[in-house]
Design a binder for this molecule. Structure first.
Ligand code: SAM
Ligand code: SF4
Length: 331
C-alpha cells in the first residue's frame, strides 16, 4: 500500500496497553497515566480484525508495543493469533524486558519473530534515575535468558541521554560485542514528557562511544524494518545502530502506521493525524475497516516538525501536534 508520497506502508505498530511497570522520566509521569477502562481499550478480537484488514492492504509486519506489552493479560495468545493472519509475515515486540525472562519460552512457542529490549542504563543508580524503579536485575536476567536460549532474535534499544555516564553507554554497546545482538542508540524526541528533557545528539553519542567501540564503520547492508543506520565495530558480533529522528530525520522512508490501545490509527508519530477505527469496528464488516485504514494512509503527512516552532507549524500545516504521551502511542 503506497501513500500520497509514494512511500510503501507495510509496517504496523500495535500498542496493546498504556500501562507500564516502569515510569521512564521521558515517557510517563511519576504517578503513571490515568488508566483506560476495559471498555476504552481494544479487545484482542478487535486488534486481530484490524490487523487482518491491514494485512489485506499490504501490512506484512506487526510490532506489539505498549505501555509495557508484557503486562497485558493474555498477550502470548495475541502473539499466537497474530501469527496466524494470512499476509502477516513477522510479529515482533518491544519491551522493557522486566517480564521477558519468565515469559520467554511461551513467547517463543507462540512464534514471536524478534524482540527489542529497551535498556538505557546498566547501574542500579542510573537505571532508577531514568525509570524511577529498581528493576534492573530482572532486565539483565532476561537478557541472560535471551543469550542462553537463543530462540528469539533480540535487539537492544537505548535512549541515549546526556547525563548517562559514558561507561554505561559503552557497556550497553558491549552487548553487541558478546553476542550477535544489534544495539541501537535512540535520539530522544521532544514528545510528551520527553519535551522538556535534553537529548544527546547522534554525533555526540558516537564520540562518547568511541573509547568502547573503536571506529564505527558504516554498514551498507539492510537490517530490519526500520530507520536505524548501522555500523560495524571491530570484534563485535552485533552491529551498532542509531535512530535519530531529529538530527537524521527518516520521514522520506517512513513505512509505518501506529495503532493506539484505544483504537486510533495514527499515520505520523508527531501529528494527531489519523483515523478513529471504533466506528468501523462497530459497523462490523471488513470493508469498513479497510477503508478506514486506507484513509489513515492517505492522510499520512510528509514529515514531522520536531524542529519547527509552533508558529511555523501553524503557518505551514493544518495538522495538529499530537498531545498523546509516548506510553500511549508505543514508540
Ligand atoms: N515499554 C516498552 C519499551 O520500553 O520498550 C514499549 C513501549 S516504549 C513507549 C517504546 C520505545 O519508545 C522505548 O524504547 C522507549 O525508550 C522509547 N521512547 C519513549 N519515549 C521516547 C521519546 N520521547 N523519544 C524517543 N524514544 C522514546
Ligand atoms: Fe514504560 Fe516503555 Fe515508557 Fe519506559 S519507555 S515508561 S518502559 S512504556
Amino acid at each position: 500500500m503506497k501513500d500520497h508520497f509514494g512511500r510503501e506502508i507495510d509496517y504496523l505498530r500495535v500498542s496493546v496497553t498504556d500501562r507500564c511497570n516502569l515510569r521512564c522520566t521521558y515517557c510517563m509521569p511519576e504517578e503513571g497515566v490515568p488508566p483506560l477502562t476495559h471498555a476504552q481499550i481494544l479487545r484482542f478480537s478487535e486488534i486481530l480484525r484490524i490487523c487482518e484488514a491491514a494485512a489485506d492492504l499490504g501490512i506484512h509486519k506487526v510490532k506489539v508495543t505498549g505501555g509495557e506489552p508484557l503486562v497485558r493479560k493474555g498477550i502470548v495468545s495475541l502473539i499466537h493469533d497474530l501469527k496466524q493472519i494470512p499476509g502477516i509475515e513477522q510479529v515482533t515486540m518491544t519491551t522493557n524486558g522486566i517480564l521477558l525472562g519468565e515469559m520467554y519460552e511461551e513467547l517463543a512457542e507462540a512464534g514471536l519473530d524478534a524482540v527489542t529490549v529497551s535498556l538505557d542504563a546498566v547501574t542500579p543508580e542510573s537505571y532508577r534515575r531514568i525509570t524511577r524503579r529498581d528493576e534492573l536485575g530482572k532486565v539483565l536476567a532476561s537478557l541472560e535468558t535471551v543469550k542462553e536460549r537463543g530462540l528469539i532474535p533480540c535487539k537492544i534499544n537505548c535512549v541515549a541521554l546526556p547525563d548517562t555516564p559514558d561507561e554505561e553507554l559503552g557497556a550497553i554497546a558491549g552487548f553487541a560485542r558478546e553476542a550477535p545482538v544489534h544495539v541501537r542508540f535512540i535520539e530522544l524526541m521532544p514528545l510528551g514528557h520527553g519535551s522538556g528533557i535534553e537529548r544527546l545528539p547522534e554525533e555526540a553519542c558516537m564520540k562518547r562511544l568511541f573509547p568502547y567501540t573503536g571506529l564505527l564503520v558504516p554498514f551498507d547492508g539492510i537490517l530490519g524494518n526500520g530507520p536505524a543506520r548501522y555500523y560495524t565495530a571491530e570484534g563485535f558480533r552485533g552491529k551498532i545502530g542509531f535512530i535519530s529522528a531529529i538530527s537524521h530525520a527518516f520521514c522520506d522512508s517512513c513505512n509505518r502506521l501506529r495503532l493506539t490501545s484505544e483504537g486510533f490509527l495514527k499515520s505520523c508519530l508527531y501529528y494527531d493525524t489519523g483515523v478513529d477505527l471504533r466506528p468501523a469496528l462497530e459497523e462490523g464488516g471488513k470493508e469498513a475497516l479497510r477503508a478506514a485504514v486506507r484513509a489513515a494512509v492517505e492522510r499520512k503527512p510528509l514529515c514531522h516538525s520536531f524542529r519547527k516552532t509552533e508558529n511555523e507549524e501553524k503557518r505551514e500545516n493544518t495538522d495538529r501536534r499530537d498531545a498523546r504521551q509516548m506510553s500511549q502511542i508505543g514508540g
